[in-house]
Design a protein around this ligand. Structure first.
Ligand SMILES: [Zn+2]
Length: 112
């Protein structure tokens, strides 16, 4: 069974790998978003929808990146893996699939 110490060591490696991926994603989306305007797009143009989709993806990726950075900060401060709502340790199983989470599964359910 996974212990919290193991989960934390694994989480750091996973968060760093995840961060590199998200940074790549942000950069490629930014590059694609810069092409707007050079086409003289009109209203209802499919390219506009693609652009808006990319913008939504960029916002999501940036939010994800902020969450990863926050989790890495918590790792450095030694408070990673603790639920910010109830203060209990977050389940290792949950950290394994959702490394950047800051709440335990019970609190996450309650939030919905
Ligand atoms: Zn909690």
């Amino acid at each position: 069974m996974a212990t919290q110490d193991n989960a934390i060591a694994e989480a750091r490696a996973r968060l760093q790998a995840e961060r590199a991926e998200v940074v790549n994603e942000v950069e490629s989306l930014r590059a694609r978003l810069e092409t707007k305007g050079s086409y003289g797009l009109g209203e209802g143009d499919p390219m506009i929808y693609q652009w808006e989709l990319n913008l939504a993806l960029l916002e999501r990726a940036q939010k994800h990146l902020a969450e990863i950075d926050e989790a890495l900060e918590q790792l450095d401060m030694g408070i990673y893996g603790r639920c910010e709502r109830c203060g209990k340790p977050i389940e290792p199983e949950r950290l394994a699939v959702l490394s950047h989470t800051t709440v335990c599964s019970q609190c996450a359910q309650r939030r919905r």
